[in-house]
Design a protein around this ligand. Structure first.
Ligand code: B12
Ligand code: SF4
Length: 212
């Protein structure tokens, strides 16, 4: 928010968006807390963010018809209803943007820094811990990323000689197919470098975790 305040100071016309798990979307004081922000994007960002950019490109600054956002304007707070989430992740942002990631990886390696990525195989969580916006109703279904894409992505990531993969899933191991994904990770053993994998295992699943 500090950064948003600085941007606002030097460019009062700049459209400022915020999103992600750290925002307190339902806070009674949200318009004050985020007074330097124009729009809060709750839940998944892919669809609303693209729609917002599409409108900006056309010079249309009325965002009230984009579902799932909270507009913090001078006229007050406008909530635009249930957000639009991608129901099944059939596309691969990694493979579709291979060249860009390969360029970034080469740059990081040229600085002798570690190559670390955050990697999702599914999104959502069926539990409802009160402090966490993942267990909220909009994100309570576990939505899977396409298994064929995952297997191809791991083959490609192996060629990048990644140092660390942080699995972003809330509960890796919750799906039967996660065993197949875990097995696929063994291809990284063929690399000279040791790959570090960080994961949050599914709850109450000691036996399944041992299988992984
Ligand atoms: C990787 C990770 C970390 C890494 C981050 C590394 C990095 N450089 O980014 C590390 C280990 C540092 C970390 C630390 C912490 N984390 Co963490 N982390 C995660 C994890 C596993 C993955 C995040 C991720 O990249 N997801 C994948 C992306 C695609 O999803 P996303 O971030 O949600 O983004 C989507 C939308 O939220 C939205 N969006 C996000 N940002 C924005 C911004 C804009 C402008 C827009 C329009 C949209 C948008 O669009 C994206 C696409 O849909 C999540 C769990 C999870 N799976 O999300 C927990 C999670 C976010 N962390 C959590 C917590 C509690 C923490 C810590 C506070 C832990 C602690 N006690 O220290 C710290 C806080 C660090 C900080 N300064 O904020 C909680 C948040 C709970 C909540 N607020 O509801 C989560 C949800 C895990 C959990 N259930 O406990 N974390
Ligand atoms: S199990 Fe983890 S991700 Fe799921 S609701 Fe609880 S804290 Fe959030």
């Amino acid at each position: 928010m500090k950064l948003a305040r600085i941007v606002r100071k030097f460019n009062p016309q700049c459209l400022i968006l915020a999103g992600g798990p750290d925002i307190q979307y339902k806070h009674s004081d949200r318009s004050q807390m985020y007074s330097m922000v124009d729009i809060l994007v709750e839940h998944d960002g892919e669809i609303p963010f693209r729609k917002i950019l599409g409108k900006v490109l056309k010079g249309d600054l009325n965002f009230e018809d984009i579902p799932g956002i909270i507009i913090l304007g001078k006229a007050g707070v406008i909530e635009t209803g249930k957000s639009e989430n991608i129901p099944r992740f059939t596309r691969s942002p990694w493979l579709e943007n291979k060249e860009m990631f390969e360029k970034i990886a080469a740059e990081i390696r040229s600085r002798n820094e570690l190559l670390r990525i955050i990697y999702e195989t599914n999104r959502g969580c069926p539990y409802s811990c009160s402090y966490c916006n993942w267990g909220s109703s909009a994100n309570s279904k576990v939505r899977q990323f396409d298994l064929r894409n995952i297997l191809s992505e791991l083959e490609w990531l192996k060629t990048l000689s990644i140092d660390e993969i942080m699995i972003g899933d809330a509960n890796f191991g919750i799906l039967e197919r996660d065993v197949e994904i875990a097995k696929k990770f063994t291809i990284f053993n063929e690399n000279e470098k040791k790959l570090v994998i960080i994961l949050n295992p599914a709850k109450n699943m000691d036996r399944e975790l041992l299988r992984l």
